[in-house]
Every structure is written in C-alpha cells, then in structure tokens.
Design a protein around this ligand. Structure first.
Ligand SMILES: *Cc1c(COP(=O)(O)O)cnc(C)c1O
Length: 338
C-alpha cells in the first residue's frame, strides 16, 4: 500500500466533544483552515455537524463557501482580508466576516450595498500581535463608521474578536484588557455584538478567564497538542501517517514517502513509530529509516500518530508546530477515513 494518512472519525468526534465540554458555556468554533489542518475539509465539516458543531472557522472565503455547501444552517466565520468578488460571494452565502482593517470595512460595506443585503461582521481589535487588527487608537473611528453602516442596514456587527500571542500569561492578560476595553467601547457606541472571541486551542483549554462566548479551536480538535504543551485529557491524534517498507538498504530500510509528498527533509534523526525506528534521511522520493527491530518489505511503519510519536513530537525536532507537519502532507497522499 502506498503512503497514506489514516484518519479516525471516532477519535476526531471524541476530541470535538471533549473540547466543547471543556470550554462550555463558551461555544466551540471548529477551525478548519488549511483543508482542516490537512485532514480534509468536507470530512471535518460532516464530522463536526454530526456532533452538534454550529460554528465553523474557515480563514478564507473559498473554504467558507465549501463549508456552506456542507452545512446550510451553520454559522461560518472567514477572517482573511478578501477581494471584492469574494466578499460579495460571502455575503450571498451568509458567511460572517472578520474585519481587521478600516479599508476592509469600507470594501465590505460597499459590497453589502451592491448586494442589497447586510454583511455580518466581527470587528477585530489588535491586542498586541500587530498583524491584522484595528489599532486601539483607531478603534473608536472604525466603530463609529461600522455603527453608521449598521444603522443604515448595511452591516450587522455580530462580534468583537482578537487573537492572542500566547507568548506568556502576562502578555495574554494585557491583551485581554485591551480586548475588554474595545468591547466596552463598541457597546457604548450602541453596538450589540452577540459574540466576543479571543482564544484558540491552548488558552481556551487552560485559561477559562480569557474565554469569551466563542472559542476558535483548531489544533486540539484534531488532537494536535501544543509545542512543549502537555497531553490533553480526552484528546488524541486523529491522524496517522503510515507507509510500507519498499526495500532494505545498508543503513536501514526505505519507505515510500519523501519530501515531495510533504515530509520536511530536515527530519533526519527524528524518532518515529512503534518499532523504535528513526528517520535516517528524507530524500526527494523516499524516506530511509533505521530500526532496532528488523523491518521487511511490506511491513508498515507509522511516521506519526497512534502507534508512533505525535506530529508535535516530530515538529519539536525541527522547531516548528505539529500543525505544520499535518498541513505539509501533500494532497497526493490519500486520506483514508475510518
Ligand atoms: C489558526 C487560528 C485559530 C485556531 O488556532 P489553534 O491553535 O489551531 O486552535 C484561531 N483563530 C485564528 C485567528 C487562527 O488563525
């Protein structure tokens, strides 16, 4: 069998339930960027719906539209700054838009006017990351403009949100103060947002005081733990990358997955699998593995996932996050759902 990503629906659904219970009464927004962290967007949407997920996070509009096709009733949040055409399509499909810049607010209002249909928006305050987000000094002006558009029936301000740096608890506490002040200013200007959302996986899980009414959670739902983070109660990796031994070499054996299929070539030396194996090197088209046990052609090797190390264990070996290991697995590697 060729290399494949084996994905357990039962494990994923269990994770989603565990996360939802953990963060209640905050509601879960299941984040599905990068094709649901490499697991497959359509599959993840169907599984989420099956366990009662009502909010999905898409990042970009094309993905939001795909989720809409699978989930006609769900709320879907897309926060990438998007083109006029994409904004128009999002308004037609009833997708909630994240607004992190004044210009972008104007674009969305203009598209809502053309569509004769209000856009549902969530205003993003910059709480310190300095990426996308309205700066605190500009907040009141943007809020005033958004409120005028709301009074004119062009937008509905459905939420206020931000993203945490998670560099330290103290930084996140500072971010929370800025976030709270922004929400208060919106309400003082007559806004009535349904939702406040600030936290992703790690802070939603560990810091209840930072949770708003929604938690935007990706990694933990897929069972990807944080770098240097603990294992999580009730949460397990949903995906395993497995490949079969194709032949034996001097250093070890070759398996049929290589850098072109998405394994970073810098992973040499990383421990893998259930047979105390180690990656010797990752070449263009194959991966060489050494093992304390004898591996034979046809034997299957677990690169990561249940039966082996976790994606985050591999990621720590090359100073990145587990999400990146998953999202770098090429779409050419078949996803096998059980
Ligand atoms: C990726 C992302 C999330 C989800 O983060 P996880 O750590 O995977 O839970 C939430 N919000 C935003 C804005 C994101 O980009």
């Amino acid at each position: 069998m060729p290399a494949r990503l084996e994905i357990s629906s039962a494990t994923f659904r269990g994770n989603v339930r565990a996360v939802a219970e953990r963060i209640a009464p905050s509601e879960l927004m299941l984040v599905m960027k990068d094709d649901a962290y490499g697991h497959g967007l359509n599959w993840a949407a169907a599984q989420g719906l099956a366990v009662g997920v009502r909010w999905f996070g898409a990042y970009e509009v094309p993905a939001a539209l795909r989720i809409r096709a699978a989930a006609p009733e769900a709320r879907i949040f897309a926060w990438a700054t998007s083109s006029r055409e994409e904004v128009a399509a999002a308004i037609r499909a009833d997708v909630d838009l994240g607004i992190g810049a004044h210009d972008y607010l104007r674009r969305v209002v203009a598209e809502a006017r053309s569509a004769c249909r209000p856009a549902r928006i969530h205003l993003k305050i910059d709480t310190g990351l300095h990426r996308n987000g309205i700066r605190p000094e500009d907040w009141d002006d943007v809020v005033a403009e958004a409120r005028r558009a709301e009074d004119a029936g062009l937008v509905r301000i459905a939420g206020v949100w931000s993203h945490l740096g998670e560099a330290s608890d103290a930084d996140d506490d500072d971010a929370r103060s800025v976030f709270t002040a922004a929400g208060d200013a919106l309400r003082a200007a007559g806004g009535t947002p349904e939702h406040r959302h600030l936290t992703a996986s790690a802070a939603s899980w560990a810091r209840p005081e930072l949770r708003g009414s929604l938690g935007r959670i990706g990694a933990f739902c897929y069972g990807i733990r944080s770098a240097d983070g603990p294992d999580l109660d009730g949460v397990a990796p949903a995906a395993a990358l497995r490949a079969d031994v194709i032949d034996s070499g001097a250093d070890g054996v070759r398996i049929d997955i290589g850098a072109l299929d998405g394994l970073p070539s810098t992973l040499a030396g990383a421990a893998i699998g259930d047979r105390s194996a180690r990656i010797v090197r990752v070449d263009r088209t194959w991966t060489e593995v050494s093992s304390s046990e004898e591996l034979r052609p046809g034997d299957s090797v677990t690169l990561f996932g249940p039966g082996g190390v976790s994606a985050t264990d591999l990621a720590e070996h090359i100073d990145t996050v587990g999400e990146e290991i998953l999202t770098r697995i090429s779409p050419l590697v078949p996803r096998i759902y059980t």
